[in-house]
Design a protein around this ligand. Structure first.
Ligand code: NI
Length: 170
């Protein structure tokens, strides 16, 4: 296992669509090392999500969690979970704005509109089909991380640009 370098805004790998992963490669454990490194790296940087392109691995995999101790606990806790080749169907077209930040865009936060409720289809890290519904903060984290797989950064989706702010005093 290793703590990987998190790529920052401006890195080309953050801006190009990532490649699908084949289920047979998951079953063979070909990506196990990457998934372990994603877990270790997310813990090191206290993130709530980390997509493979953020560690310069241009494949459609993401890691996320919803912390039961966090201020978003009302969304329901989700343990650290890997999703591969995720796709979404919007179940509630109502968009909700809330704060987001990103390990690839340090020291900034902004308000981002996201679909409130989505149906998620993906493969598990061992290649099993997953199909579930995510709401509120859970849905937000997933949409943010999945955007990374398409080369999209949350700042691209900010509607209220005046909300963009530093999270630290320099
Ligand atoms: Ni991010």
């Amino acid at each position: 296992m290793a703590i990987l370098k998190v790529m920052k805004l401006g890195a080309e790998v953050l801006r190009r669509p990532a490649a699908e992963i084949e289920a047979k490669d998951l079953k063979r454990g070909r990506f196990k090392g990457l998934f372990d490194d994603l877990r270790e790296t997310m813990v090191e940087y206290a993130g709530t999500g980390l997509a493979a392109p953020q560690v310069a691995a241009p494949v459609r995999a993401l890691l996320y969690m919803v912390d039961p101790e966090g201020r978003r606990a009302s969304a329901g806790a989700v343990p650290p979970t890997i999703l591969v080749n995720p796709s979404f169907e919007v179940l509630d077209p109502k968009e909700v704005e809330d704060w987001e930040g990103c390990l690839s865009v340090p020291f900034l936060a902004a308000r981002v509109p996201r679909a409130r409720k989505v149906r998620v289809r993906a493969l598990s890290e061992t290649g099993k089909p997953l199909d579930f519904v995510a709401e509120d903060f859970h849905a937000r984290v997933l949409q943010h991380e999945a955007d990374h797989l398409d080369g999209v950064i949350y700042l691209d989706r900010v509607r209220d640009r005046a909300s963009i702010r530093y999270t630290v005093d320099f």
